[in-house]
Design a protein around this ligand. Structure first.
Ligand code: HEM
Length: 602
């Protein structure tokens, strides 16, 4: 079958060519008229006119001349447009070239300004480092102490290179305030480090997250939904039971002898049980909770705390990672796999129980698993949830038990302070009932002891931040991506900031009110600014209440033959800086037995 023309004749090759030429010419004509129309629209707008739509015209009663007028006008503006166009056409390349040159000049100027700024970067004074390692050998096993000593020589704002990374160290309240308050947003990010990538869900959990939307969202959930004031009161009764059970256990283990018990184990167990209950809401600690209580899980956590607190050279020297001579990365991977399996187990168990019981609970894991997405579509992934669970376990256990252990060490070293605290307790609460959380505001001397412990023994003596932008601090130009240590230890022990700075002297806080909420830079055990500890309220309460119950219910003393002055205060650096040698104490009840016997020991 041959194709036919509309008049029935056969389509020949010349027909086809004619047709295609016609359509090309039509197309060109259409294009031209379209361009002319566009230009005429532009010029008529430029002339202050506009194009009237056919509807506008129909709306009016029009005479023939009125109808023709816009058409004539339109033709006129068309020809005007063509004449503008032909006048401007030769100048167009010039205009384009001018725009390109202007943009390039602006960019060159901006770049030059940046380069000039960078070439004017001036670092504060600091020690000179070794090739490759930089100042890493100067940090030693207690970096906060060694950095505090170096600050005495180089000043409160010090610079040093660790490996190939630039570090600033802030060691006075004024300098710390400039970073954490005046330039709070610039310095709100965390160090990007190989160790955190491996062990903290790719740096996705709150504590190790980079500053940004994901961190903001997780932190909002943490503060508003997981740790609202209501949750504190829900677990008040079980919290008290957990502490008394722990104390009972210690008394039983001492069983009237004079050998003493290891307080780190007793306090660690108390803290872990309190946190477990908040996470899992178990009246009686169940299989799920036993997972967290198991020796393996505890060991895995201890390993995380030790590794995270160690200085891993791969975080500062890029090529170190490839060789890993100490086998750090291997250990990190191994411990991550271990606790991730536990945390996954906890989530899975909880999901199964929820499905079976079809009931609502008010523990943290339940809240995480059942919270709906936000209206803007934001929600938490399973990895986010695991990161948050780890944050609660790490943040809520060691920080608390380590601080209470330091407080007891100081009280046993200076028994007259312990006696004074017990006298206050007897006067305010007596011995006929146990101290309640509601009594805490009426125990100012106890609070002064807690503040003084935070001052001398901050569990996180180095706050670690990174700058996200260039900034100017104390007149020094500091480029983005500089790392910062705020040396809380140095600030808390600075004799220019605190009288009798190296002495444990709680009375100072009876006369001089300082708060630990990040407003007084002379005392910042929880940090300050955007990254301040979100568990501050809970942590402060746990430390105060655990210490209050211990002081009220027990006579505490040192094992036979150990003198107060023999208690060492050596530290072990880690995620929470603890005693190097665990404290041993003898616990004997000092309240009627029935008050303690209401709570079975664990
Ligand atoms: C004695 C108790 C505690 C002390 C002394 C303490 C101290 C700190 C410090 C110094 C920081 C770092 C702040 C900074 O980088 O500027 C921090 C961060 C953090 N703490 Fe605590 N903490 C305590 C208890 C808790 C508790 C009970 C929890 C949770 C239940 C918790 C969860 C966290 C989290 C998630 C972060 C990371 C925050 C972020 O990076 O945005 N802490 N804590």
């Amino acid at each position: 079958m041959h194709p036919q023309n509309p008049d029935g004749s056969l389509v020949t090759e010349s027909n086809r060519r004619e047709e295609s030429e016609k359509s090309t010419t039509n197309c060109r004509k259409e294009k031209k008229s379209f361009i002319v129309l566009l230009v005429s629209m532009a010029t008529s707008f430029a002339d202050g006119g506009g194009i009237s739509s056919s509807n506008d015209i129909a709306r009016n009663d029009r005479t023939q001349s009125e109808i023709e007028a816009p058409e004539i006008e339109c033709r006129k503006s068309e020809s005007r447009a063509l004449s503008y166009w032909s006048a401007w056409q030769p100048a167009l390349p010039m205009v384009v070239a001018l725009v390109v040159v202007t943009i390039s000049l602006v960019m060159i100027a901006l770049n030059a300004k940046k380069k000039l700024w960078k070439s004017n970067v001036r670092w504060p004074p600091g020690p000179r480092g070794w090739p490759v390692l930089g100042c890493m050998p100067l940090l030693g096993t207690c970096p906060h102490r060694n950095l505090a000593d170096l600050a005495k020589k180089y000043g409160p704002l010090m610079f040093m290179k660790l490996g190939s990374t630039n570090f600033l160290i802030a060691s006075s309240p004024k300098v710390a305030e400039e970073f954490l308050k005046s330039h709070d947003r610039v310095w709100a990010s965390r160090h990007e480090a190989a160790s955190t990538e491996i062990m903290f869900y790719g740096g996705k959990d709150i504590g190790f997250a980079k500053y940004g939307d994901a961190w903001r969202y997780a932190r909002k959930v943490f503060l508003r939904e997981l740790f609202p004031a209501k949750r504190f009161s829900t677990f008040q009764v079980t919290r008290k039971q957990d502490i008394i059970r722990g104390i009972n256990g210690a008394i039983e283990r001492c069983c009237g002898g004079a050998k003493g018990v290891r307080m780190d184990l007793i306090l660690g167990k108390i803290a872990m049980n309190i946190v477990t209950r908040m996470l899992l809401n178990e009246g009686k600690l169940s299989d799920e909770a036993n997972v967290m209580d198991s020796d393996d899980f505890q060991k895995a956590l201890k390993e995380v705390i030790t590794l995270a607190g160690s200085f891993y050279p791969g975080d500062f020297i890029p090529w170190w990672d490839k060789f890993d001579p100490q086998g750090f990365k291997k250990r990190m991977h191994a411990v991550f796999r271990k606790y991730d399996t536990y945390i996954q187990g906890i989530l899975d168990d909880h999901k199964m129980k929820l499905e079976a019981a079809q009931s609502t609970r008010d523990d943290i894991v339940y809240t995480l698993l059942t919270r709906p997405s936000d209206v803007d579509g934001h929600s938490l992934s399973e990895v986010d949830m695991k990161g948050i669970i780890l944050d609660v376990v790490l943040g809520g256990t060691d920080t608390n038990s380590v601080t209470v252990e330091w407080a007891l060490s100081e009280l046993l070293k200076q028994p007259h302070i312990l006696e004074k605290a017990q006298a206050e307790m007897d006067c305010v609460v007596g011995k006929e009932r146990l101290v309640e959380e509601s009594d805490l505001p009426n125990l100012p001397y106890l609070y002064a002891i807690v503040e003084e412990t935070f001052r001398l023994h901050p569990v996180a003596p180095l706050l670690m931040h990174t700058s996200m932008e260039d900034s100017e601090i104390q007149g020094y130009r500091i480029p983005a991506n500089t790392r910062l240590f705020v040396n809380v230890y140095a600030i808390h022990r600075d004799p220019e900031v605190h009288d009798r700075a190296s002495e444990f002297y709680p009375e100072r806080f009876l006369h001089r009110k300082l708060d630990v909420h990040g407003n007084d830079f002379a005392l910042i055990p929880f940090g300050s600014g955007r990254r301040i500890c979100p568990g501050l309220g809970f942590g402060l309460l746990l430390v105060q209440y655990t210490l209050a119950l211990l002081i009220q219910t027990c006579n505490l003393s040192l094992p036979a033959g150990v003198k107060p002055q023999e208690i060492d205060m050596d530290e072990k650096f880690g995620l929470a800086v603890s005693r190097r040698n665990p404290l041993k104490a003898v616990l004997v009840p000092r309240v009627p037995k029935h008050l303690l016997l209401d709570h079975v020991s664990f």
